[in-house]
Design a protein around this ligand. Structure first.
Ligand code: CP
Ligand code: NVA
Length: 308
C-alpha cells in the first residue's frame, strides 16, 4: 500500500478491491456490535480549505469508530500556502498528528502536502478528483449489483472532480463509463487518457455522448453532481444557462434500465441538477451512498495506518 491516498488512479484494481472488501467487513462489524479499536491513540489532522458536511463528519466518526481521534482545522486557521508554505505545514503537522486528510482547491497542494509529510496524506477532494467519494460510491454499487463489471455507469453533467474518480473506478473494474455533458465541460483530458488505458486493461469502456437521453439508455447507474463546484462560484450564472438539458429528472430516469440507481455525491441543488422527485424517489440511493462514506473511509484509514 502507498503512503498516501491521493487518487484512485494510483491504485491497482486488486488493491482497491481489497480496500472495498475491508469496508464491507468493517460495516458489518459496526452494525453487529461495533468496530475493533484498530486506531487507538491515533489522531487524524483534517485540513479544510473549503466547506464540508460529509467529509468532515464521516472522517471524524470513522476515526472514533476505530478508537482514534480527529482534529478539524477550518479554512481560516491554517492558510495553506498563504500564511505558511505547504512544505512547512506538512513538516510541522507530521510531528503532531499521525495522518492528514486535506480538502484543497488545487490538486498540486495535496501532492505537495504528501511530498513533504512523513505521515500519510488522504485527499478529501481537490479540483482534480475526489477519491474517498468514489470508494463510497463503489461500495454502494457493490451492495446493489455485486460488482462494477459490465455495468453501464452514466455521469450526467459537469466533467468534474467526482466524475474523474468515478471514471477511474468504473474502468479499473471493467465497467462501462459514459459522460454526458455540454461542450466546454468535458472531463480533464489527462484523466480521460488514463480512463481509456484502465478500460483497455479491464474490458471496460469510456464513451462521451452529448445527448443525455441517448446516454442513459440501458444504464444501471445514473450519477450527477452540482453544475458549479466549490471554487467556480463566479461561473454559476453562466453554468445555469448551459446545464438545464442535463437535469436528472423523472423523464431521464425512465429512459434508463428499469433497475437503475440514481447517485449524487451531495450536496444536491434540488431543482437544478436533480429534481426532488428523483432525489426522493424509488431509484435514489443518495443517503445510503452518503452513509457509506463512513465505512469506505474506515477501510482507507485502516490501510494507510497499516492495521488491517
Ligand atoms: N460529498 C461530499 O464530499 O460532501 P461534503 O462536501 O459535504 O464533504
Ligand atoms: N464537485 C463538487 C463536489 C462536492 C462534494 C465540488 O467540488 O464542489
Amino acid at each position: 500500500m502507498k503512503k498516501d491516498f491521493v487518487s484512485i488512479q494510483d491504485f491497482s484494481a486488486p488493491e482497491l478491491q481489497s480496500m472495498l472488501d475491508l469496508a464491507i467487513q468493517l460495516k458489518k462489524e459496526y452494525f453487529s456490535g461495533g468496530n475493533v479499536p484498530l486506531l487507538k491513540g491515533k489522531v487524524l489532522g483534517m485540513i479544510f480549505q473549503k466547506p464540508s458536511l460529509r467529509t468532515r463528519v464521516s472522517f471524524d466518526m470513522a476515526m472514533r469508530h476505530l478508537g482514534g481521534d480527529a482534529l478539524y482545522l477550518s479554512p481560516n486557521e491554517i492558510g495553506l500556502g498563504q500564511r505558511e508554505s505547504i512544505a512547512d505545514v506538512a513538516r510541522v503537522m507530521s510531528g503532531y498528528v499521525h495522518a492528514i486528510m486535506a480538502r484543497v482547491f488545487s490538486h498540486d497542494h495535496v501532492l505537495e502536502l504528501a511530498k513533504w509529510s512523513s505521515i500519510p496524506v488522504i485527499n478529501g477532494l481537490s479540483d482534480y478528483d475526489h477519491p474517498c467519494q468514489a470508494m463510497a460510491d463503489t461500495l454502494t454499487i457493490i451492495e446493489r449489483f455485486g460488482s462494477l463489471k459490465g455495468l453501464k455507469v452514466v455521469f450526467v453533467g459537469d466533467g468534474n472532480n467526482v466524475a474523474v474518480s468515478l471514471m477511474h473506478m468504473v474502468t479499473k473494474f471493467g465497467g462501462h463509463f459514459v459522460h454526458s455533458g455540454p461542450e466546454g465541460y468535458d472531463i480533464h483530458p489527462d484523466a480521460v487518457t488514463l480512463g481509456y488505458r484502465f478500460a483497455a486493461e479491464s474490458g471496460g469502456s469510456v464513451t462521451f455522448i452529448r445527448d443525455p437521453h441517448e446516454a442513459v439508455r440501458n444504464a444501471q447507474v445514473i450519477y450527477t453532481d452540482t453544475w458549479t463546484s466549490m471554487g467556480q462560484e463566479a461561473e454559476a450564472r453562466q453554468r445555469e444557462q448551459v446545464f438545464p438539458p442535463y437535469q436528472v429528472n423523472q423523464k431521464l430516469v425512465s429512459e434508463a434500465d428499469p433497475n437503475v440507481i440514481v447517485m449524487h455525491c451531495l450536496p444536491a441543488h434540488r431543482g437544478q441538477e436533480i429534481t426532488d422527485e428523483v432525489a426522493d424517489g424509488p431509484h435514489s440511493v443518495l443517503f445510503p451512498q452518503a452513509h457509506n462514506r463512513l465505512h469506505a473511509q474506515k477501510a482507507i484509514l485502516a490501510r494507510i495506518f497499516e492495521v488491517a
